[in-house]
Design a protein around this ligand. Structure first.
Ligand code: ZN
Length: 189
């Protein structure tokens, strides 16, 4: 028994089954007869295949979408850490004031120092949140583009050329994989 890629949904299925366990569609005998592995081709042949696909479906092209998406995710992580830091500062001062370790009423200079720090920290949280939301939306869109492209390319290779190609999921998470599996290529090709 070997694992093959379903030409309809891209899910992995055993080559012994008649219908895909993911989408229920029929798997043809031709597809079962072990497709050629994309990795066995040299770079030139791989590029030629991709160019052929892109010429046929130019609207799905998304150069560097994955790299850009991963960059957005890294920025999201940075900003979420900044938010946590600012939140911790505010929380610390709140505790100090509540426990009267810092007595703002008795000391005007303390208020002059702590007031701006707390204010900046609060502003940082709001601005950081805006950046986080922005990067989340951006990365989601880019990942979706990348995965759609990879899915269609994979299905096209298998159906038109009898070539099986693995999708590069490095840097992506389980949710992305799930999203990829749920793309229905019949809607696009
Ligand atoms: Zn399927």
């Amino acid at each position: 028994m070997a694992l093959i890629v379903c030409p309809h949904c891209g899910g992995q299925v055993s080559d012994t089954v008649e219908r895909c366990i993911h989408c229920g569609k029929l798997i043809k005998e031709k597809q079962k007869n072990s497709a050629v592995d994309f990795q066995t081709f040299d770079k030139i042949k791989q590029n030629n295949l991709e160019e052929e696909f892109q010429k046929k479906y130019p609207k799905y092209m998304c150069p560097y979408a994955k790299q850009k998406a991963l960059k957005c995710r890294r920025k999201y992580t940075i900003f979420s850490r900044i938010i946590c830091g600012a939140g911790a500062i505010d929380f610390l001062f709140l505790i100090l004031i509540q426990t009267k370790v810092l007595d703002l009423n008795s000391d005007d200079t303390m208020l002059m120092i702590i007031g701006p720090i707390v204010l900046v920290a609060v502003l940082t949280i709001f601005i950081g949140a805006a950046f986080c939301i922005n990067y989340t939306i951006k990365s989601k869109k880019l990942i979706a583009k990348y995965l759609l492209y990879e899915k269609l390319y994979q299905v096209w290779l298998l159906n038109e050329k009898n070539i099986s190609k693995k999708v590069d999921f490095t840097g992506l998470n389980k949710k992305d994989k799930k999203y990829f599996e749920n793309i229905n290529p019949d809607l696009y090709l």
